[in-house]
Design a protein around this ligand. Structure first.
Ligand code: NDP
Length: 471
């Protein structure tokens, strides 16, 4: 029998996704530009229903029609190269899926271009890394709805499942919607990671917690409101010693310079384009950038003075206050993330379903967390919710945890410990809940130097003040 689906790209993600699909009872065609990779997959899994091809036209011809093909190759030019080679081999009605971390605007353009030949192009975000691909990722597909319906039964079987058994996949919307949602997912992941890192730094350097105490604290946090994959692995990481023989904790021998592959930056750039604040993700991206200036930082640490007062009078429940600040800030980060999704949905006409998005992030992906259920519940209650913090549950948490967040940020500033994401969270909260902001002064300055005009609080119309005339 002909393979139901084919996978192109036999690096870690493609191989594991193919094995995942095969494990659900499908015969899977596989292809990779470099034959050796395909040969290795077949040799390592002799008992699996994998049908290898060593040229693209054999691969395409081996598939059941309409053809279903998932590409798991490097994003950017390599993806275009594969599409260009495939195009003459495909027929109208075939479904081509790009499962790579592609920039959503590329997906919009490719969807349009392939549509001219009648080929359905799905841009599909896949999260969960190598293990997720094999055992069940969170999947965010966007493209023609009819095309999604042709692959939905397979995707539903290979996706992760929430604890109440729902598959972590749903149709996100047309063209670039799936890759956009995946991009924001990755941005939120940057934010979550930075908030955890700042909290760890505070406990360690302000609270003077030992490594075992730190590990224990994160373990306890993982049993409550903060229960999530990233908090869970943090607790585990903090128990680990160096495996190269230094007898130090592993976090003390890893160079403090964090790399990135650009998806966080894309999220921030898109937020700037759409005119919505995304300060949490952006601060997280900057935090990674500044971490890479290791030599400059070491040199600066010799010449730029620390704060003079370090007598902070911490309260006995310091770790509880940090926990509250972390949860509060996480809520601000998701509030910004979902506000960005809302702005993008309007701008690109996607009709994103926010509750469903939170739902498919509940398992399989890196930001999986219990509190995503609260987000789903909030949007189920009110699909038109303008901002997550206005939902009753989140409003109550904000009211309860804002004081701790202010205190923790104040301590951090006094101690000279950088908390860019935690402080962005409280600044966003305070800006959003301010009926009056000093933007009137900004607007006056704009009118003063550039005659940009201003609007009034008490009259309709546009005004220009006569700044240069004697009063
Ligand atoms: P890589 O991103 O390392 O890409 C390697 C694959 O791309 C190989 O199959 C390679 O073929 C192929 N490739 C590269 N250039 C070309 C080209 N010009 N023409 C044809 N094929 C080419 O592999 P991953 O498995 O890590 O990721 C695959 C995709 O999934 C990427 O887009 C990635 O961003 C995304 N992704 C990755 C995750 C991860 O955790 N790794 C998580 C989620 C998404 P060859 O063997 O011939 O070099």
């Amino acid at each position: 029998n002909k393979p139901t689906i084919g996978v192109i790209g036999m690096a870690v993600m493609g191989k594991n996704l193919a094995l995942n699909i095969e494990s659900r009872g499908y015969t899977v065609a596989i292809y990779n530009r470099t034959n050796a990779r395909t040969e290795k997959v077949v040799a390592d899994h002799p008992d699996k229903q994998l049908v290898p091809s060593y040229n693209l036209s054999d691969f395409v011809n081996s598939l059941e029609k309409p053809r279903r093909i998932i590409m798991m190759v490097k994003a950017g030019k390599p993806t275009d190269a594969v599409i260009d080679q495939l195009l003459p081999l495909l027929d109208a009605g075939d479904v081509l899926i790009d499962g790579g971390n592609t920039f959503f605007e590329d997906t919009i353009a490719r969807n349009q271009r392939l549509d001219q030949s009648g080929i359905n192009f799905i841009g599909m975000g896949v999260s969960g890394g190598e293990l997720g691909a094999l055992k069940g990722p969170s999947i965010m597909p966007g493209g023609q709805k009819e095309a999604y319906d042709l692959v939905a039964p397979i995707l539903q079987q290979i996706a992760a499942r929430t604890d109440d058994g729902q598959p972590c996949v749903a149709y996100m919307g047309p063209n670039g919607a799936g890759h956009y949602v995946k991009m924001v997912h990755n941005g939120i992941e940057y934010g979550d990671m930075e908030l955890i890192a700042e909290s760890y730094n505070l406990l360690r350097h302000v609270g003077q917690y030992s490594m075992p105490q730190l590990a224990q604290t994160f373990k306890e946090w993982n049993a409550g409101e903060l229960s999530s994959y990233l908090v869970e692995i943090t607790a585990d990481i903090l128990t680990r010693q160096d495996d190269q023989g230094s007898s130090k904790p592993i976090v003390d021998v890893i160079l403090d310079a964090a790399e990135n592959k650009g998806t966080g930056k894309w999220s921030s750039q898109s937020a700037l384009e759409l005119g919505v604040p995304q300060s949490l993700i952006t601060e997280a991206v900057y935090a990674r950038y500044i971490s890479t200036f290791k030599e400059e930082r070491v040199a600066a640490s010799q010449v730029l003075p620390q704060p003079q007062t370090t007598d902070l009078k911490l309260s006995a429940d310091f770790s509880e206050q940090v926990r509250q600040a972390l949860y509060f800030s996480k809520i601000m980060s998701y509030a910004q993330g979902f506000a960005q999704l809302r702005a993008a949905s309007e701008h690109y006409h996607w009709q994103l379903n926010y509750g469903e998005i939170a739902n498919i992030w509940r398992a399989g992906c890196i930001i999986r967390a219990q509190f995503l259920q609260k987000i789903t519940a909030a949007y189920q209650k009110n699909p038109e919710l303008t901002n997550l913090m206005l939902d009753d549950y989140f409003k109550a948490i904000c009211a309860k945890y804002q004081a701790a967040t202010r205190q923790v940020v104040a301590w951090a500033v006094q101690a000279g410990i950088p908390v860019p994401a935690l402080s962005a969270a409280i600044a966003y909260y305070d800006s959003y809940r301010s009926a009056v902001l000093p933007a009137s002064l900004t607007q006056a300055q704009r009118d003063y130097f550039g005659a940009h005009t201003y609007k009034r609080v008490d009259q309709e119309g546009t005004f220009h003040y006569s700044w240069y005339e004697e009063q």
